[in-house]
Design a protein around this ligand. Structure first.
Ligand code: HEC
Length: 171
């Protein structure tokens, strides 16, 4: 080993030692600072607390006769949980809400609103057939008319009003 080699090893060793010492000091300082706050923060963290509660909660809860079991009551889903779609007031409103999607632009083979030529042969079938097809759904040569235009929650009479509105503007 030459003189330069041993000199290099000495310097390298010292530099390495200093870096390790600095790293240890920084680690120590970080621990000291973190110690007072970290654990507390983690344990008060809402999600953490919830997940612990969920994990330590008993898997089943048993109603005991003669004691207060109100905490076990299963709440019926309220109407507000799944708000029903608003019910259109009349045929025109129904058309805007449920029929326009297809019959407006005439997509998917739907006879276009106001297109007299497309509606004439359909109107010729008579109102009863049109009502039936609109209410129950109908697959023709052009496409699929879904039952009630997809709004099966609506009353038949409203659908009929929608049909009246549509054919009224298309004859
Ligand atoms: C998803 C698209 C779509 C929606 C929404 C839709 N329709 Fe249709 N409708 C069609 C298609 C397609 C046809 C034509 C089917 C065929 O003749 O092949 C049709 C046909 C009709 C017919 C003619 C039936 C016949 O016997 O010729 C009526 C009446 C009708 N729709 C009423 C309505 C009403 C009322 C609404 C709203 C409540 C509505 N449609 C919503 C696609 C739709």
């Amino acid at each position: 080993m030459t003189k330069q080699d041993s000199h290099f090893i000495n310097v390298f060793g010292i530099v390495l030692g200093i870096l390790i010492a600095v790293a240890i000091v920084i680690f120590g300082v970080a621990r000291a600072v973190g110690n007072s706050t970290q654990r507390q923060h983690v344990q008060q963290e809402d999600l953490y607390v919830k997940s612990v509660e969920a994990r330590v909660a008993p898997p089943v809860r048993v109603a005991v006769a003669g004691s207060d079991n109100s905490a076990l009551m299963i709440e019926a889903p309220t109407a507000s949980a799944a708000p029903a779609m608003p019910v259109p007031a009349d045929g025109a409103a129904l058309y805007d809400a449920a029929c326009h999607t297809c019959h407006g632009p005439g997509i998917a083979g739907a006879p276009k609103f106001g297109d007299k030529a497309a509606w004439a042969p359909r109107i010729a079938q008579g109102d009863a057939t049109l009502y039936k097809h609109a209410i129950e759904g109908f697959t023709g040569q052009h496409g699929v008319m879904p039952a009630k235009g997809g709004r099966v929650d609506l009353p038949d009479d409203l659908i009929k009003a929608g049909v009246d509105y549509m054919i009224g503007h298309s004859r």
